[in-house]
Design a protein around this ligand. Structure first.
Ligand code: GTB
Length: 344
């Protein structure tokens, strides 16, 4: 049976995902259920057809055959009850996860909504300037408490649950206010739980599993990671986005990635060599690896320091390190040798 949810035809946040359909989509994605979205215009939300689904004329709603639901708490709970992945099996752990869903909606969300209202709808009132700090402090009070409870844990109670999904969705609304950044553990919690992050992490895990199953790619990954400052992320990016690694000349590979210097000389004028174009994924990965390598990889650290001593600006030196790293990795993959064998 197709699941249909409703969302704003034109979200006031311009598509940042701050409206409440996001938490329902997230729950459906977590449990791997396909769904369709029906977009509703503001005016249509207050008309009988939509009011039959949602008595308060809001989004989101949830339809599945004969069942029609409104209220995100109830919708996410329904999804979590029907499908594995969002609520623990153990009865007590399950009850605690549900408690966190209620805490998110009943205890943490209200002051955050009050703050959004104070900012967006009451910002022009003469008393707004005096009231805003009071409302902000009410939010801080809740965040203080939540932050102490979370401590260093990844999630609120053991493994990720519908309670975390709801809490992260609620906290996401604070992102633009800067208040969340006052609580590093909560900011990290939101980043960890962010739907895009989780989607990427899942995708990365799938790619890693595919690499592990392919003997040649697995060996390539080991070769790449034998390099100090090249970790699993850089290896994955290179294997997936740069399959030519090891099969091209040094010149070809550096220009393919966009790390080959090109001359901006015209007539008698000659400028600094710059890089341009190329494949953004591998280029960024190599640049970040180079910044690390300039500190921790003995061979590349020495190379970086020589360039700096010769007066090259840090950025230029990092690009040169990235280029050297790429040519070394290219040769290692070509010759099926490790970093140690290639550099000693
Ligand atoms: N308690 C209900 C639930 O959890 O389902 C609340 C539903 C709700 O408030 N829906 C809002 C709505 O339909 C959309 S999410 N409002 C229209 C109305 O009441 O007439 C609130 C929302 C809207 C926009 C942004 N944004 O753009 O940043 C963020 C949040």
């Amino acid at each position: 049976m197709t699941i249909i949810i409703t969302a704003f035809e034109r979200s006031p946040d311009g598509g940042k995902g701050l409206a409440r359909d996001t938490r329902v989509r997230w729950a459906l994605e977590e449990v791997g259920q396909p769904y369709e979205v029906r977009l509703v215009a503001f005016r249509a939300m207050k008309e009988p057809a939509h009011l039959a689904l949602h008595p308060f004329g809001q989004i989101p709603t949830y339809e599945e055959g004969d069942l029609a639901l409104f209220e995100t708490g109830s919708i996410v709970f329904h999804i979590a009850e029907r499908h594995a992945g969002l609520l623990p099996k153990d009865a007590n752990a399950r009850a605690r996860a549900i408690t966190w869903m209620f805490a998110a909606l009943n205890t943490v969300e209200p002051p955050i909504l009050e703050l959004a209202t104070a900012r967006l709808l009451e910002g022009d009132k003469p008393w707004s300037k005096e009231r805003l700090p009071l409302v902000e402090d009410r939010v801080r009070n809740r965040l203080d408490q939540l932050s102490s409870r979370l401590g260093n844990a990844d999630w609120l109670d053991g493994a990720f649950s519908a309670g975390d999904l709801m809490m992260v969705s609620v906290l996401l609304r604070l992102k633009s206010s800067g208040i969340l950044d006052e609580y590093p553990n909560l900011a990290a919690y939101v980043a960890r739980g962010d739907v895009v992050e989780r989607r990427m992490a899942k995708l990365d895990a799938k790619v890693d599993a595919a690499i592990a199953q392919d003997p040649e790619q697995h060996e390539t990954s080991e070769i790449l990671q034998s390099t100090p400052s090249v970790g699993p992320g850089v290896a994955r990016t290179l294997i997936v986005d740069l399959p030519e690694l090891g099969a091209l000349s040094r010149r070809q590979i550096t220009s393919l990635v966009g790390l080959a210097p090109y001359a901006r000389d015209s007539g008698r004028k000659s400028g600094m060599r710059k890089i341009r174009g190329g494949r953004p994924g591998p280029r960024t990965a190599l640049y970040l690896a180079a910044m690390n390598a300039a500190r921790f990889n003995p061979v590349l650290k020495a190379f970086y320091q020589r360039l700096r001593a010769a007066g090259k600006p840090a950025k230029v030196a990092f690009v040169a390190v990235a280029r050297k790293l790429l040519t070394l990795l290219n040769a290692m993959v070509r010759d099926r040798t490790t970093w140690k064998a290639a550099t000693t």
